[in-house]
Design a protein around this ligand. Structure first.
Ligand SMILES: *Cc1c(COP(=O)(O)O)cnc(C)c1O
Length: 382
């Protein structure tokens, strides 16, 4: 893939999103669609149906898209699903879990949190105890892969215990949807929230929620926001196939093409396999250079990898970033609260050869910067 499939000047994005897309996905944005055009309305129906397919949610679930980035969709889902009298338990081990709590503060939704360290998955037993100790809890919200670190949370175990206790589950699957299996037959849940521009390899501008239809039917009047009311958005879309307000037409056209390419690659299994190879290639190559990953391999999702900042006094993230950018790669700063780190993603239109070239570029940039010690500072981790 690499160069031939991307515009000549743009670097490959080794980030948590937006991500590198194929040329054909970008080209799908060259048409100006009218939002009432019959072909556009068909396209809209097609993407909604394909998104349901990816979660094996054709029966009993609906797909409600919404304008904006992923956070808009998370905010819309929390604001629409939680009744005024509801209370949500938010499971936190990174920035995206914390963001859900922040959304609830803004919306005036009652919530409780269960937080573990950023390198530690939540304990299902602990979640069960919290639910049993608080009968006001109506919903549980959890991130599938917490992109802050790249950690994979045990979503199936959580889904079962939440379902057993008759609470509703909202999953932020933003950074996994389309690459890691999330089948509603195996992972019972009320809503899965994701966006157009991560593992689906579309362009940014649209989020969506896959919602259990019987749940959504009871959500009239819940929303704290007109534009983020997924109940109303759903009714309108079911009515005439159109969006309530100006749809991101170019983004939808790009997603339509991206979903076609997702299917051609073999769906979730095919895409997930490429990302796993990318991740393995990246981690093996970086470890060979002496870097340490923040997470142990058994909780690392094949999405984005956090590396500890080298202890060498010559290392400077700004110069490292610029050097890599010059060689055609964009990386991402760390977002951990306790440890100095940087992140390299392995999702988007990237393959094994791209990851090998990225590792080579890291080696060359560090040599140019005079950085010899690639491991973390030689002291105990905080
Ligand atoms: C990317 C992401 C989001 C949404 O972020 P936006 O910047 O609003 O697109 C939410 N949750 C997770 C886990 C993410 O990775």
């Amino acid at each position: 893939m690499g160069k031939s499939m991307t515009a000549s000047k743009s670097p490959l994005l080794l980030t948590p999103g937006p991500l590198t897309t194929s040329r054909s996905v970008k080209e799908a944005m060259l048409t100006d669609w009218g939002s009432r055009d019959k072909l556009f309305i068909e396209m809209n129906a097609r993407i909604r149906s394909r998104l349901l397919n990816i979660a094996n949610a054709k029966k009993g679930y609906v797909c409600v898209p919404v304008q904006g980035s992923g956070t808009f969709a998370v905010e819309a889902a929390l604001g629409t699903l939680l009744a005024k009298s509801g209370e949500v338990l938010i499971i936190i081990n990174g920035a995206y879990g914390r963001r859900m709590a922040r959304i609830c503060e803004y919306l005036g939704i009652a919530f409780e949190t269960y937080e573990t360290a950023e390198d530690t998955p939540p304990e299902p037993d602990q979640i069960a105890r919290i639910i049993e100790g608080n009968h006001r809890i109506t919903h549980v919200a959890c991130v599938h892969c917490e992109t802050t670190s790249g950690i994979l949370n045990p979503i199936a175990d959580i889904a079962y215990l939440v379902a057993e206790r008759k609470r509703a589950l909202i999953i932020d699957a933003m950074s996994t949807f389309g690459a890691l299996s999330l089948d509603v037959q195996d992972v019972p849940c009320d809503a899965i929230v994701a966006s157009s521009n991560k593992c689906l390899e579309g362009t940014p501008g649209m989020g969506f929620a896959i919602i259990r239809e019987s749940t959504l039917e009871g959500c009239e009047g819940n929303a704290r926001s007109l534009s983020l009311d997924l109940y109303d958005q759903w009714l309108a879309m079911e009515g005439n196939g159109q969006w309530r307000f100006t749809p991101p037409t170019h983004v939808i056209a790009a997603l339509d093409q991206a979903l076609e390419e997702h299917e051609q690659e073999g769906g979730v299994d095919g895409r997930g396999a490429r990302y796993k190879t990318n991740c393995r290639t990246l981690i093996d190559g970086m470890r060979k250079l002496g870097f340490q990953t923040y997470l142990p391999d058994d909780v690392q999702a094949p999405i984005i990898v956090t590396f500890l900042t080298p202890g060498d006094a010559n290392f400077d993230f700004g110069r490292f970033y610029d050097g890599l950018h010059e060689k055609g790669f964009a990386i991402y700063p760390g977002k951990l609260t306790k440890v100095d780190s940087f992140r390299m993603g392995c999702i988007g239109r990237l393959d094994e050869a791209d990851m090998e070239r990225a590792v080579k570029a890291v080696e060359e940039v560090l040599r140019d910067l005079g950085v010899k010690q690639h491991g973390p500072p030689l002291k105990k981790r905080a």
